[in-house]
Design a binder for this molecule. Structure first.
Ligand code: OAD
Length: 252
């Protein structure tokens, strides 16, 4: 077990009522069995996912990109939220003023009961018409014949943000606003390499927020963070709440 000894300052902030921002990445879902982007097991059929998650890859070969996303949908549907998702949902319930900004597209935070969720990189469970830009929810685990087409006859694409694409404006604005106001920022399971998501904790730190990183590995944020816990989020987050005398149970 990772030893988790939060500072008195962090305990005070966890118990307090000031605005809280949590920023999450693929590492939060690692303990649910979903591969991270840059870690071991991150390859799909021997290919680097970051090369498939691009508009160019979709233009060149929509079928392969869709097979990759159909596989990710199936993986995500079969996965269950873990203690890290549960603890973040419990924290929101216990303090109210908390925004969870995620780079994850798997939907596990929402399935676990987090309510105030901003999805910076979209969702696996949304499809977008490549002609009309219209988006629709689609929770099916089996999309049928790939690639899927819209009623209008155009190709559908996954409702996610690909490399080289702009993030949804309202999502990044909400993230920046929360970062400027946050008394405490929990940065969990992200390599802090992909911008603009990686900018949010830096904005918060510049505005006086207390930045805490939870990640077994060091990242470019580690030097900026006020406090760091080098362990799996599913162990560290419940232990942090416990140390602060808060419940980390999903149903409490
Ligand atoms: P990465 O795969 O880049 O990083 C995952 C991070 O999680 C790494 O720093 C790991 O050390 C850490 N990690 C692994 N297991 C963990 C655990 N059990 N608990 C806590 N941390 C753990 O994933 P992201 O940072 O999410 O973008 O990647 C950012 C974006 O790049 C993704 O949203 C995606 C990707 O390409 C798009 O698709 C646009």
């Amino acid at each position: 077990m990772t030893e988790v000894r939060p500072s008195p300052k962090l305990v005070e902030l966890l118990r307090g009522t000031g605005p809280l921002l949590a920023l999450t990445g693929a590492g939060v879902s690692a303990e649910s069995g979903l591969a991270t982007f840059r870690g071991p097991g991150g390859l799909w059929e021997g290919r680097d996912p970051t090369e498939l998650a691009t508009p160019q890859a979709f233009r060149d070969d929509p079928l392969t990109v869709w097979r990759f996303y159909a596989w990710r949908r199936a993986q995500a549907a079969a996965a269950t939220p873990n203690r890290a998702h549960e603890t973040l949902a419990a924290l929101e319930r216990s303090r109210g003023e908390m925004l969870l900004v995620t780079q994850n597209v798997d939907g596990l935070h929402e399935r676990c009961g987090s309510r105030q969720v901003v999805r910076l990189h979209g969702s696996l469970w949304r499809l977008r018409c490549t002609a009309e830009g219209r988006e629709l929810d689609d929770l099916r685990t089996d999309l049928g014949e790939l690639p899927p087409y819209c009623d209008c006859g155009a190709l559908l694409r996954p409702g996610v943000v690909w490399f080289g694409e702009a993030l949804p404006e309202d999502a990044i604005e909400a993230g920046v606003r929360a970062a400027r106001q946050a008394a405490l920022v929990l940065v969990v399971g992200t390599s802090s390499l992909v911008y603009p998501a990686a900018e949010l904790p830096r904005i918060a730190a510049a505005a006086g927020g207390y930045v805490v990183e939870v990640n077994p590995e060091t990242t470019p944020l580690s030097a900026v963070a006020d406090e760091r816990f080098a362990g799996p989020a599913g162990e560290v987050l419940p232990a942090l709440l416990e140390a602060a005398g808060l419940s980390s149970e999903a149903s409490s």
